[in-house]
Design a protein around this ligand. Structure first.
Ligand SMILES: NC(=O)C1=CN([C@@H]2O[C@H](COP(=O)(O)OP(=O)(O)OC[C@H]3O[C@@H](n4cnc5c(N)ncnc54)[C@H](O)[C@@H]3O)[C@@H](O)[C@H]2O)C=CC1
Ligand SMILES: CC(=O)C(=O)O
Length: 324
């Protein structure tokens, strides 16, 4: 019998055709809505590989259902949806999609900085709503990215790609990372700081770290208090890095100027979320990697990783188990 691959998010047909060349395939037919949890668990029962997104939680319940599972192929570089300890204990290979999305996500990070600093969303809405009758409130509202001090929290692939872009804006670039990166300091002209120093000194603080037990809730009341009153917080990491009530309080009380968020804690949010009442908080619907070219590269990498796992070969981008 052929192995079954369960694809939990609709992807272009050409990729499904590739998968069908070496496996049975079941696909959740919606690009927009995640596969319902009960259905995902049911369909995982006879799957050898599942191709997942951040919506699919891979936990104890999953492993109780997916008795034949060999690989979890995550359509994302972040894998905080997966209990890695359990996966490894169960001998299950996990793969992700590093590198192919780095430049696109950094580009979105820079876009979000510029958008937030120059208040592009509110200014465009002001015109759309027919309010541009005289030189309005946005004439004196912007903040320069050019020449500013930018603190990058998490100097990995995306952090470095962002640093390269910010050089063109003549920024002083500070970073905080789990381990100090002396090579990057030399090649990218970035300076290491403790997190406290980074928060104190930066005009923009941008989070590009993975969500882990150590980074969860790191942007909280204490952190925002350390930032400049004119400081802007940008998050392209994960919503879980931020205590959202503390961010709202920090912006309302003027402890920081504003925030641009590509990610929030419970995605998607609806119009009742308090962020959406606040002009100085811009929220995007988690589109860091969302260009057609990059999403296609991510899916192709998932197909290639799946094939390797089914052929008992080392996958291209494993997160945990390496064959010796
Ligand atoms: N908004 C979006 O659409 C996207 C968001 N992401 C997020 O960005 C994250 C980073 O992606 P990459 O740069 O490709 O990963 P990466 O693994 O290349 O870089 C992560 C960096 O964070 C550092 N780090 C880990 N724990 C830390 C800690 N406790 N304190 C300080 N630094 C720490 C690591 O040492 C590493 O340098 C992903 O895990 C994901 O959560 C990634 C892609 C798209
Ligand atoms: C899309 C995303 O958030 C990731 O690749 O981690």
């Amino acid at each position: 019998m052929r192995d079954k691959v369960l694809v939990a998010r609709q992807v272009p047909d050409a990729f499904i055709e590739q998968l069908k060349q070496f496996s049975e395939v079941e696909v959740w037919q919606s690009e927009l809505n995640p596969m319902p949890r009960a259905l995902f668990l049911e369909k995982s029962k006879d799957a050898t590989v599942v191709i997942t997104t951040l919506s699919e939680k891979i936990d104890q319940t999953f492993f109780e259902h997916a008795k034949h599972i060999k690989g979890i192929v995550n359509l994302a570089v972040g894998f905080d949806n997966i209990d890695m300890k359990l996966a490894t204990e169960n001998g299950v290979i996990v793969t992700n999609t590093p590198d192919v999305l780095t430049e696109t996500t950094a580009e979105l990070g820079l876009t979000l900085m510029l958008t937030t600093a120059r208040r592009i969303v509110e200014a465009a809405r002001y015109v759309q709503e027919g309010n541009w009758k005289s030189w309005g409130p946005y004439l004196l509202a912007g903040k320069d990215v050019y020449g500013s001090v930018v603190g990058i929290y998490g100097m990995g692939s995306i952090g470095e790609a962002l640093a390269r872009r910010l050089q063109g804006f003549n920024c002083k670039i500070l970073y905080h990372n789990r381990t100090r990166k002396e090579d990057s300091e030399r090649t990218l002209n970035v300076e290491y700081r403790t997190l406290d120093e980074l928060l104190n000194e930066s005009d923009f603080v941008i989070c590009t770290a993975p969500l882990t037990e150590q980074t969860k809730g790191i942007f909280n009341r204490t952190a925002f208090k350390q930032m400049k009153n004119t400081g802007v917080f940008i998050n392209i990491g994960r919503g879980g890095h931020v205590i959202e009530d503390d961010l709202i309080e920090a912006v309302k009380s003027g402890e920081i100027l504003g925030a641009g968020l590509d990610v929030v804690e419970n995605e998607p949010i609806n119009e009742t979320h308090p962020f959406l009442d606040m002009e100085q908080i811009i929220v995007l619907p988690h589109i860091g990697s969302s260009t057609v070219q990059t999403r296609n590269k991510m899916v192709q990498l998932c197909v290639d990783n799946t094939k390797k796992i089914l052929e008992d070969e080392e996958p291209i981008t494993p997160v945990n188990i390496k064959k010796t």
